[in-house]
Design a protein around this ligand. Structure first.
Ligand code: SAH
Length: 191
């Protein structure tokens, strides 16, 4: 199940990477911090799960999972893939893997971005949890979650700062109407 999800995940990413190829960038924040975060994420998301599935090398960190966990992991994985696809589709040509903005970049506020600012990161949180619940191995299962937690908490404020610098008031208004990972509840008060 993990392998099927993994192929779909890479397929979504690959398809959108091809679509957005070649557009000129007008702002880039790909510094050492950004590169280090990506480097820390690669073992957990790519290398360790494949080593776990295809070699016996990681068996020393195996553990038994309660039988219900893989079912929970599968549900989370389907949710993760749907949100991951939806957010790529809504960002369309404006999507980029790193902190960068393209020529003619528009602020996307429709679709899943109407109520959440970081649905793609929400999808990756779900994916990392699913990975931990599907693979009964400490290293292959949980490295990704720890690495992504570091990435999320360091990158998100940097991304928001870049967006604010580029879009100004429009982005500030947008942040008031949305939540980072969960939709913002609009409580009406009758004054
Ligand atoms: N944080 C977002 C997007 C991650 S991809 C999410 O989790 O869904 C990162 C890139 O997406 C940024 O460098 C920026 O170019 C672009 N981006 C993020 N939010 C955007 C928005 N609301 N509108 C347009 N582009 C956006």
């Amino acid at each position: 199940i993990f392998l099927v999800g993994f192929v779909v995940f890479c397929g979504i990413r690959g398809a959108f990477k091809r679509r957005t190829k070649g557009t000129e960038m007008v702002m880039r924040r790909v510094d050492r911090v950004e590169k280090a975060l990506l480097l820390f994420l690669i073992p957990g998301t790519l290398v360790l799960p494949l080593l776990y599935l295809f070699t016996p090398w990681l068996a020393f960190t195996d553990y038994g999972l309660p039988a219900v966990m893989p079912y929970c992991g599968s549900v989370l994985m389907v949710a993760a893939l749907w949100v991951f696809w939806r957010s790529h589709a809504d960002l369309g040509q404006t999507w980029s893997q790193s902190l960068e903005l393209r020529k003619g970049h528009q602020l996307v506020k429709h679709g899943i971005y109407r109520s959440i600012r970081h649905p793609m990161y929400a999808a990756i949180w779900l994916w990392c949890l699913a990975q931990g619940l599907l693979l009964g191995n400490w290293l292959a299962g949980w490295w990704a979650l720890i690495a992504f937690a570091v990435m999320y908490f360091v990158r998100t404020p940097r991304e928001e700062q870049m967006m604010y610098q580029f879009f100004g008031q429009e982005y500030q208004d947008y942040t008031r109407q949305t939540g980072r990972l969960f939709p913002r509840l609009h409580i009406k008060t009758d004054a």
